[in-house]
Ligand binder design. Structure first.
Ligand code: SF4
Ligand code: SF4
Length: 68
């Protein structure tokens, strides 16, 4: 089972990962990174299947897959 880890300083809050997630596990959060972007956050970690679509979609390589 894989989980995702956000590299927050790379995220620009573009929302591409949010739109592609089939489980609606992600959302735009409230935290702002050092570049001034409001960043993505995991809305519901339990629903994430580890499919990696979000990581593949992210143009800034801000999502890492963590395999246990
Ligand atoms: S696709 Fe990448 S840069 Fe865009 S919101 Fe998601 S994690 Fe952030
Ligand atoms: S790994 Fe798949 S299910 Fe999990 S947040 Fe990313 S797109 Fe959604």
């Amino acid at each position: 089972m894989a989980t995702i880890k956000l590299r927050r300083e790379r995220c620009k809050g573009c929302g591409l990962c949010i739109g592609v997630c089939p489980k609606e596990s992600l959302r735009l959060g409230t935290r702002i990174n050092r570049s001034g972007y409001t960043t993505m956050e995991v809305r519901d970690r339990e629903s994430c299947t580890g499919c990696a679509l979000c990581a593949e979609m992210c143009p800034d390589v801000a999502i890492m897959m963590v395999y246990k």
